[in-house]
Design a protein. Structure first.
Length: 324
């Protein structure tokens, strides 16, 4: 009998077709409660493909008596109880690299959108309220020649920084590991401490994983340190930023604006944020390109198939590598 793989949500066909060639595939009903369905199927399934929005808890993992692998359709995997997976010898994989460019592109869309007030300008035109060219009408902020502070110089952070060089920006960064080659090759400047970076940045881009250490990394104190002319861009995880403090910072003009693709309690976005003009909001679309989502789909399928064939999956998360 073919092994059973459960998908919490439908993924692009390229990955589905690979899985269907070798396995029995069940896609859960998105209109029904996902957790209830998972509790029903976990005792029977060998593999699970999950999204960030689905919490794969210790309870669910323990129900999976036949479970061999969990493939998260995302780079991050803080939605999975990794300790429980390790205890049960259930391998966990993610989808790194393939969404780097898509997410870095969105960072820049948010930067240019919020600094040049693109959404507000679009609304003016759609209302047919354009008064004609005027010297002081709809002024924005130039990014060329300014300083961008990258918080988290991983794959996505490095791609954001690379694009910044096209705007002749100074790149400074704060990261848990120093990137000597990037400093030597591109002249990036490393900040060991976060606060000096915030103080000296015109744009702050968050590109780091969500962990216990990064929870509320940006809160009231950090906003007070930032320039009143600076902008915060978050395409990482919503809980890295204290959302209520961000609202107050935007209302009090502690910072000039923000571009957000992630939120504290997704998919809920508080009205306090939605009502502000100096923030651009996008619905977690950092990887939402046809190319990236197809590549992610193929990657999760390849990871599951590798495990089934007794191979080390190509995208095994670091916590499972070099295990004794």
């Amino acid at each position: 009998m073919s092994p059973l793989v459960i998908l919490t949500h439908k993924i692009p066909e390229i990955g589905l077709n690979l899985l269907k060639n070798e396995m029995n595939v069940i896609i859960l009903d998105e209109k029904e409660d996902i957790n209830t369905q998972l509790r029903k199927f976990m005792p029977q399934t060998e593999y699970l493909i999950s999204l960030l929005s689905v919490n794969v808890t210790k309870e669910l993992i323990n129900l999976g008596t036949k479970l061999k692998g969990i493939a998260n359709y995302a780079v991050g995997y803080n939605n999975i109880d990794i300790n429980a997976a390790r205890e049960k010898n259930v391998l966990v994989t993610n989808t790194p690299d393939v969404l780097t460019d898509a997410t870095a592109d969105l960072v820049w869309a948010l930067i240019l959108g919020v600094t040049r007030k693109i959404i507000e300008a679009d609304k003016v035109c759609r209302k047919n309220a354009f008064p004609g060219w005027l010297p002081e009408y709809h002024l924005g902020f130039e990014v060329t020649g300014k300083t961008i502070g990258i918080v988290g110089m991983g794959r996505i952070g490095a791609a954001v920084a690379q694009r910044a060089k096209g705007f002749d920006m100074k790149v400074i960064y704060h990261s848990r590991s120093r990137k000597w080659s990037l400093e030597e090759n591109y002249g990036y400047e490393y900040y060991e401490e976060l606060h000096p970076l915030l103080k000296n940045s015109d744009i702050v881009s968050l590109n780091l994983p969500y962990t216990n250490e990064t929870h509320h990394l940006i809160s009231k104190t950090e906003f007070e340190i930032m320039k009143p002319t600076s902008y915060l861009i978050n395409t990482a995880r919503g809980k890295i930023v204290n959302e209520s403090d961000l609202v107050q910072a935007l209302k009090r003009n502690l910072i000039a604006g923000a571009g957000l693709d992630v939120f504290y309690n997704e998919p809920d976005i508080p009205e306090a944020l939605r009502s502000l003009k100096n923030v651009i909001l996008t619905p977690h679309i950092g990887s939402a390109t046809f190319q990236a989502r197809d590549a992610m789909s193929k990657m999760v399928a390849d990871n599951i198939i590798a495990i089934e064939h007794g191979l080390t999956p190509p995208n095994l998360i670091p916590e499972f590598k070099n295990r004794k």
